[in-house]
Design a protein. Sequence first.
Length: 273
Amino acid sequence: MESRVEDLIFYLGKVAERLCFIEAAAGTAGNISVRADDLSIEEFPPIGARDKIRHQTDKDFPEFHNKRFIITGSGKNLRYIAHRPHTCLAVVEIVEGGYDVLWGLKEAEKITSEHPAHFTIYQRRPEISAVIHAQPTSVNVLVRLFRSEESLNSLMFVQHEQLKICCPDGIGLVERVKHGSHELADAVATSLESKDICAVVRHGTFSAGEGNSIDGLNRACDLQEYYHDAARTFLDNPWLRLLPFDFMIKNLGRVSRLPLGDKMVNAFLRPPK
C-alpha cells in the first residue's frame, strides 16, 4: 500500500507534468507548495534524507512556526519532479527568522524565491492547502492586452463555460511588481482573498486550492488549466488577426463571441439588432 507521502509526491509529479504540457512551466518557470503538517519525515524516500539546514529570511511568519510545507526549490525544472523529487522538492519547517530544510535539495540550495507569496497566501487564507505559481503563455499574452479585471473576466467566461461553475468569482488581476518581493506577495494574497486565481502582469498566474493537500493541489492545477484553455481559445481564433486591437477593446462583448467560420466577418460587422 502506498503511503500518504508516496501518494502526494505522485500527484505533485503529475501536476508538474500537466503544467509543462500546457506550456505553463517552461524551463525553470513555476513553483508549487502544499501543506505537510501531518506528514512524518520518516515517510519520505531515504534518498532525500539530510541533516537539518537552516536558511534565514527577511520576514518572519510566526503563525507558521513549527509548521511544515513541501515546496519546490529555486531554479528547479518542474518536469523532473516525477522522477527525481528529492532534487526538486524540499520539506521545510518554518522557524523564527527563516526555515529549516528537513528533506530534499542540495546543501546550498534554497526554496523558490516566490516563497513570500506562497506563505502570505497561506497566512491570509488558512483553509488553503496548495498554491501553484505558473507561467501559462496564453494568459500572459491576454493579460498584456486586456489590463482591466472586468474585461478579462468577461472575455474568459465566454470562452470557457466551465469557469462559471468552477470559478464563479473569476480571475484577479495584479499589476506588475518585482518578482519574489514582499510587495508582490501582498498584492497576490490580497487578490486571492476573494478569488482562487489571479494573474500578474508579465509574471504568470497564482492559484490556490482548499481541502486536503492532494485535493487542493488538483484544484489549483485545474484552475491553471481552465484559464489557459480559455485564453488559448480566444487567441487561437484566426479571425482576430484581421481586427485592429483598439477595435477589439471597444467591442469586447462582440469580439469575445466571435465564431470560427467563413461567415464570421459579415456576421460581426453587421449592426446588432
